[in-house]
Design a protein around this ligand. Structure first.
Ligand code: SF4
Length: 162
């Protein structure tokens, strides 16, 4: 335990310096009701897992999305917003609708990655029901295949305004 404490003390802070906060006009209108923090339920609607790796990095100690008020939660009933990755497969279309319905109002949806935005490389595949916006209303898109952790953090900061 003492060795761990020493290591923490020697390592110090590893988070990237915080860039300036996003201008208020970049905030989706309904995000202004969030009051500076957003609780997010992640839904993998059919991702290759590349976007999940980058989301993991965005919430890790280097990019540290939580310091801007964004937090992942375990239930849609505890969430303000859905963080959806991947193209929506036929099997995930209904679970995504149900998860959306379980989020209390006012709710937001963030489409993370090109598959979630436009079906990306999976466009036209037989098991694909559509992009996230074809199934539930989308408030914010984060482009990239996969998006970089700093782009995910920048997108989430548009929700929190911090
Ligand atoms: S956007 Fe790229 S990394 Fe993300 S799920 Fe699609 S193929 Fe994978």
């Amino acid at each position: 335990m003492l060795a761990l404490w020493r290591k923490i003390r020697v390592t110090g802070r590893v988070a990237e310096p915080a860039p300036p906060a996003p201008p208020v006009e970049q905030q989706p209108p309904r995000a202004r009701e969030l009051g500076g923090s957003v609780q997010l339920r992640h839904v993998d609607a059919g991702s290759c897992n590349g976007c999940e790796v980058e989301i993991g990095a965005a919430f890790g100690p280097v990019y540290d999305a939580e310091r801007y008020g964004a937090r992942l939660v375990a239930s849609p009933r505890h969430a303000d917003a859905l963080l959806v990755t991947g193209v929506v497969t036929r099997n995930m279309a209904q679970p995504l609708r149900r998860t959306y319905q379980a989020v209390p109002d006012p709710k937001l949806v963030v489409a993370v990655g090109d598959c979630a935005r436009t079906c990306g490389v999976f466009r036209g595949a037989p098991g694909v029901a559509g992009a996230v916006g074809d199934i539930v209303p989308v408030d914010l898109e984060i482009p990239g295949c996969p998006p970089r952790p700093e782009d995910i953090v920048a997108g989430l900061r548009k929700l929190t305004g911090r």
